[in-house]
Design a protein around this ligand. Structure first.
Ligand SMILES: [Zn+2]
Length: 70
């Protein structure tokens, strides 16, 4: 890896598992969103439902790339 070329330092880090939310009620980790919806061209909301206690909540995420609609 010593020959690695310099790369742009502005590349955003990719989402990791640590970005997944946890339940505000029981702190259980969310595995996958129940559903997603586009709030606008640049914002996506996710619906999460806790498998442990059944609590549901929504998170919103900004997306940098425009999503091509069908
Ligand atoms: Zn919960």
């Amino acid at each position: 890896m010593s020959a690695a070329a310099e790369v742009l330092s502005t590349v955003a880090p990719r989402p990791r598992c640590s970005d997944l939310p946890s339940c505000p009620v029981c702190a259980d980790s969310m595995v996958a969103a129940e559903a997603s919806a586009y709030v606008s061209d640049h914002v996506i909301s996710y619906l999460w439902t806790c498998d442990n206690c059944g609590y549901g909540f929504v998170t919103k995420h900004a997306v940098k790339q425009r999503i091509v609609r069908n």
